[in-house]
Design a protein around this ligand. Structure first.
Ligand SMILES: [Zn+2]
Length: 360
């Protein structure tokens, strides 16, 4: 579904910029019976924006006047720690539910649920199956149940019926829809007359993640990409001003994870150590999820646990508690975490290496 090709090597830190324009974000405009106690005009409004894979240090790589304009007029937090694992779907669902992945149930971009006996992939229509999402309640559903209205432009999960609801206004995911079009739709929804106006909006953009995966975050070519993101932010601010929304809409700009440079010299090939006949490969590096064939868990673990110092192999029950990544049937019995800068794959003939060889 999303066009991110490789999830490998995301760093554990990301950065968040927030511009909080008065009035502060609050749901106090809903009364105790969950009904609207203020007119749509008076209710506080919030737009949450995510630039996928915007690494913490990108903001200082090139002049980013629009980001700095927001920081100067609002607030910037020093850092935000993403949830484990550092992938797009789990983190975007955490941002709108406040929950760790093990609790909200979107534990990876690629998942297998042994109870449902179904697989989930962000590359297939499985993302539209409500049951994957319904362990949690995203903000747009909470707001609508409280009497508010919401609008969504491509945020992961926002075009899925969850607990019987879509956002009041939303776009079906389509990577070819430009950032500018997404912004224009949101501006329309926030500007709609009276009770038709949305109170909460979410906006997702695939960059700089997509270019970061293709070029590597350390590439000098990323400078142009980062400057382009700053221009997009400038476009959003201008559109808010033109529509008279700048003083009315609270804005949070954030990201889902960082990114680290990988190398074709830092590849771990599982085929060297264990036969792929013993397991099903469920999710890919940097945190690989393996589903062992019946009775093969200990054999796989024993073959992998000490063979390479650049990966950490966990049985599910041994995953550290601080990761909050254990208590869900969709978390597989064996997890392999690549150390920073390393990639775990079955062998070098996989899609990662085909892509990598095109770039070097
Ligand atoms: Zn992402």
């Amino acid at each position: 579904m999303l066009s991110c090709l490789l999830r490998g090597g995301c760093s554990p830190l990301l950065c968040l910029w927030a511009l909080l324009l008065p009035p502060l974000v609050s749901l106090h405009s809903m009364n105790q019976h969950g009904r609207r106690s203020h007119s749509a005009k008076e209710r506080p409004k919030l737009l949450l924006v995510s630039f996928d894979g915007f690494r913490w240090d990108y903001i200082d790589r090139v002049p980013t006047l629009n980001f700095h304009n927001i920081i100067d007029n609002g607030v910037m937090v020093e850092h935000v720690e993403n949830v484990y694992i550092t992938k797009t779907y789990p983190n975007h669902y955490s941002l709108v539910t406040g929950l760790y992945a093990e609790t909200h149930g979107i534990v990876a971009n690629e998942m297998y649920d042994p109870v449902l006996n179904r697989s989930f992939s962000m590359e297939t229509d499985s993302v539209y199956e409500s049951r994957w999402w319904e362990a949690a309640v995203p903000l747009w559903v909470s707001i609508q149940k409280a009497g508010g209205r919401s609008g969504a432009a491509m945020w992961p999960g926002s075009d899925v019926k969850i607990h019987g609801m879509f956002p009041n206004r939303y776009l079906l995911y389509n990577a070819s829809v430009s950032f500018e079009t997404r912004v224009e739709r949101l501006i329309e929804w926030f500007s709609a007359p009276n009770e038709a106006a949305v109170d909460f909006g979410v906006l997702y953009w695939e960059e700089p993640d997509e270019s970061g995966h293709k070029l590597g975050p350390e590439s000098p070519l990323m400078d142009v990409v980062i400057a382009g993101i700053d221009e997009k932010l400038g476009f959003l601010m201008n559109e808010l001003k033109k529509a008279g929304l700048y003083e009315k809409v609270n804005l949070i700009v954030t990201s889902d994870h960082g990114m680290t440079q990988l190398s074709s010299d830092k590849i771990i090939e599982l085929d060297e150590y264990v036969s792929r006949d013993l397991y099903t490969w469920v999710d890919k590096s940097p945190v690989v999820a393996l589903l062992p064939k019946e009775g093969k868990l200990d054999e796989i673990y024993d073959k992998l646990v000490d063979v390479n110092p650049n990966m950490v192999v966990y049985k599910k029950e041994d995953i550290p508690e601080l990761f909050h990544y254990q208590h869900n049937v969709r978390i597989m019995p064996i997890l392999i975490a690549a150390k920073e800068g390393w990639t775990v794959m079955q062998n070098r003939t996989g899609p990662f290496m085909r892509m990598y060889s095109k770039l070097i």
